[in-house]
Design a protein around this ligand. Structure first.
Ligand code: GLA
Length: 775
């Protein structure tokens, strides 16, 4: 709801309120972003301007206490006395000086769709406040858009700048949003990393000066996700004030946090200014990506819940929003480039028996693509590998009861490709300099309309001619030497590339809404809200080691719901870490997301096949909870123990994960949150088994005959036999379970019983929590 009274703008969602006003000199003064407050005289919340401060620049000669440096502002400028980082740097005839003052407002029903960028979708009670500011001397008009999503407690912001003057302006920086709030002993949390090490949460106390994260790679990047948190000093997972920020954008971005000496914190977020320029001819406008803001006084889990609901109801593509994501089999880690119809059909038959619903042909299917050095751009099927063609393969897979998906990397071109030979001028490159390669590939110039048309036609035909119902869209290198002759200024290239990409995706998938798009960029290199406007899920990381995934999924899930987090079970020892993990844990972690397998099924033992069938059946039974239930992290107080819960109310699933074992383990307590306090629940450990081989020489304590722990007999027996692992069941009211179950003991070097939890290194258990019928 948006209300305007006595020059105060009151933005209300179900929980938080956001207030600002315009001062007597026309600047937008921020008043409050925090718990819900009834609209009222805001004077008590306003910064007091009693007397001028030393070394401040006074804005108006007759008002010596009015200095912009000391006022929390909604959108500042350069050159008028505010010396904090400015959200705008736009160069006109008078340099970068800008002073935007209030002109008027409009309240609009629903969101205002982005001019050329993806923006959040409509929903119940959504309204937009459009506030117009201007600086006539600079010849610029600034429109600030605030869209209120009441049901999910999110407000989005963006800015539109128009050149109202007679001469051209150059935009160097235009943030999507600025938020000036009083410091509460904040810690900044960002989600950072690299390839196979994405989205690790890092916390730093905010101190004097500026801390910024961002990307310059051309993608939102695995280095720093655009989403960040600002956590009050006394807040934790479940209590206290937390602000969450994100951007509906997939390109270069930055978010900065600046604490000034007066105790005010300024957050700016938007397009990365490095190497960015946008030319604005008279009459032209530039619109920023949409920034997403959430506030919770219920800790980080509270923010995650708001962000998750926002993504699920206003970001993901409508046709897939409510649909459960299928259980996928992907050929990559099983076969890499070594695929052909025979091999894949063999895998598909086994995958279908295990319960898989969608079979994905990953890289290596097109002509010339036997490794990663060639053929990107030439998406014609390799007839040697698929003599009957792809459509025939798709229909054979359909007979097995599965749908088929295909991998492509449309934005790229290999030097050694037909596309490059036909159009050597279609790639981004600086004339006179050698092209800079990444994974032996170049980036197509999506600023060029001919390239975009080609991709739309090529991808549309690939989908339609073969009947694919899923596409995995990859992007495996950063932009470099990003020069395009198709933009008015070289500084426009990276953003124009992104606009071109959104256009292509929209033109391919807009007319084919039923096709499920999974976005991928080496896993996690473009995990952002811009991509999620088109893709129902994103491949989170090329790292499928579940212990690594505890950090990766544990980080990314603070901002994004489990229904978009793609997670696969793979063979162990893991190809990324050489770590050896139990199959149970590989599933238990992947189940907290969109489940898939990328596994050489030819080498599965009978025990493993049985276990995987059970895993898939279990996942399907609880899929709605796993993908759409409320997700929360529960602190165990120990870094090596991770607790995740999904679901609340009548049913939940709790995962208890152990990164590393400790001899003589501590007694584990498992609290379960969000249940009805007086209702009674049954808690059962998901039955799982421990492979005999995992016990090593200890097996001789339970085996009737003496076995060589590394011998042939042990190897054969282990393929068909296993031991029960932690048979546990508990009962109690919601309030008892919130207090915490004292779990069965862990293995501690003194023998095995059926109820003992055999966790060791990397062990885990899933617990189902079901409300019992009322007697
Ligand atoms: C990237 C992806 C992988 C796989 C390969 C294929 O690394 O993240 O999942 O598709 O490319 O080359």
């Amino acid at each position: 709801m948006i209300e305007v009274a006595a020059d105060v703008f009151f933005l209300q969602t179900a929980n938080p309120s956001y207030w600002y006003t315009h001062t007597e000199h026309g600047h937008l003064e921020h008043l409050h972003y925090g718990p819900l407050l009834p609209p009222q005289d805001p004077a008590a919340l306003a910064v007091k301007r009693t007397i001028g401060l030393g070394s401040s620049v006074v804005y108006a000669p007759d008002d010596t206490a009015y200095s912009l440096d000391a006022i929390p502002l909604e959108y500042s400028g350069i050159g008028q006395g505010d010396y904090r980082l400015s959200p705008i740097d736009a160069v006109t005839a008078f340099g970068a000086d800008t002073d935007f003052t209030y002109r008027g407002y409009r309240i609009l029903e629903g969101p205002v769709p982005g001019a050329d960028l993806p923006t959040a979708d409509d929903g119940e009670g959504v309204q937009t406040l459009e506030v117009t500011l201007a600086d006539e001397v600079a010849g610029l008009e600034l429109v600030l858009l605030y869209t209120v999503f009441p049901e999910v407690d999110v407000i989005t912001r963006r800015a539109r700048l128009r050149n109202t003057g007679d001469s051209p302006a150059e935009v160097v920086k235009l943030a999507s949003m600025q938020l000036d709030v009083p410091d509460r002993g904040f810690t900044v949390r960002s989600f950072d990393g690299d390839w196979i090490h994405e989205a690790h949460a890092h916390d730093r106390p905010l101190s004097s000066g500026v801390f910024a994260i961002g990307s310059t790679t051309g993608a939102s990047s695995n280095r720093h996700n655009p989403g960040t948190l600002l956590i009050a000093g006394d807040a934790d997972d479940d209590h206290g004030w937390v602000y969450g920020f994100n951007l509906v954008y997939s390109g270069n971005h930055t978010t900065s946090f600046e604490r000034d000496s007066l105790g005010s914190v300024r957050v700016l977020s938007g397009i990365q200014p490095q190497a960015f320029r946008w030319l604005l001819a008279p009459g032209e406008s530039f619109e920023t990506p949409e920034a997403v803001l959430a506030f919770s006084d219920a800790g980080v889990n509270g923010i995650s819940d708001r962000m998750h609901r926002f993504v699920r109801t206003h970001i993901t593509p409508r046709a897939h929003r409510e649909l459960e994501r299928p259980v996928v089999y992907n050929s990559w880690e099983a076969a890499f480039f070594d695929i052909d119809e025979k091999r894949l059909m063999g895998l598909a038959k086994q995958a279908a028996k295990l319960g898989v619903e969608l079979f994905v042909i990953d890289d290596g299917w097109f002509v010339g693509r036997d490794d990663d050095t060639a053929a990107l751009g030439d998406y014609a099927v390799d007839a040697k590998k698929f003599p009957a063609g792809l459509a025939a393969f798709v229909s054979k897979v359909a007979k097995l009861g599965m749908r088929t998906g295909i991998w492509v990397e449309p934005e790229m071109v290999s030097e050694n490709s037909e596309l490059n030979r036909a159009h050597p001028d279609w790639m981004l490159r600086v004339p006179g300099k050698d092209p800079r390669e990444g994974r032996h590939q170049q980036v197509l110039d999506l600023c060029n309309p001919a390239v975009r048309d080609h991709l739309v036609e090529q991808l549309g035909a690939l989908i339609d001619d073969n009947g694919f119902s899923y596409v995995k869209w990859d992007m495996n290198r950063h932009l470099a030497a990003a020069y395009s002759p198709h933009v008015a200024h070289p500084g426009m290239t990276a953003h124009a590339f992104m606009l071109g990409l959104y256009e292509v995706i929209d033109r391919v998938f807009g007319p084919r809404p039923e096709v499920l798009l999974e976005m991928c960029s080496s896993g996690g290199n473009r995990f952002d809200l811009g991509m999620l406007r088109y893709a129902a899920m994103i491949w989170t990381s090329d790292d499928t080691d579940p212990i690594e995934r505890l950090s990766i999924q544990g980080g990314i899930s603070q901002l994004y719901p489990l229904s978009v987090i793609s997670a696969h079970v793979s063979a162990s020892p893991h190809q990324q870490t050489l770590r050896d993990t139990p199959l149970s844990t590989r599933f238990n972690v992947a189940a907290f997301g969109c489940l898939g397998y990328e596994y050489d099924l030819d080498f599965l033992t009978a025990e493993e096949k049985r276990e995987i069938s059970e895993q898939i059946a279990f996942y399907k039974r609880h899929r709605r909870t796993f993908q759409f239930g409320r997700f929360r992290r529960t602190s165990s107080g120990r870094a090596e123990r991770v607790i995740w819960q999904v679901g609340e109310g009548d049913a939940a699933i709790v995962g208890n994960f152990q990164r590393g074992v400790r001899a003589a383990p501590e007694r584990d307590i498992l609290p379960i949150a969000g249940l009805h306090p007086d209702a009674v629940y049954a808690v059962e450990a998901k039955p799982q088994r421990i492979a005999l081989a995992r016990l090593g020489a200890l097996v001789n304590h339970v085996s009737p005959v003496k076995l060589d722990p590394t011998g042939l007999v042990m190897n054969v027996v282990s393929k068909h036999k296993s031991l029960p692992d932690g048979v546990e069941s508990y009962r109690g009211t919601g309030s008892l379970l919130a207090t915490g179950i004292r779990l069965q003991l862990q293995f501690s070097g003194t023998g095995h019983t059926d109820t003992l939890r055999m966790l060791g290194d990397f062990g885990s258990t899933l617990y189902t929590v079901v409300r019992e019928e009322n007697p």
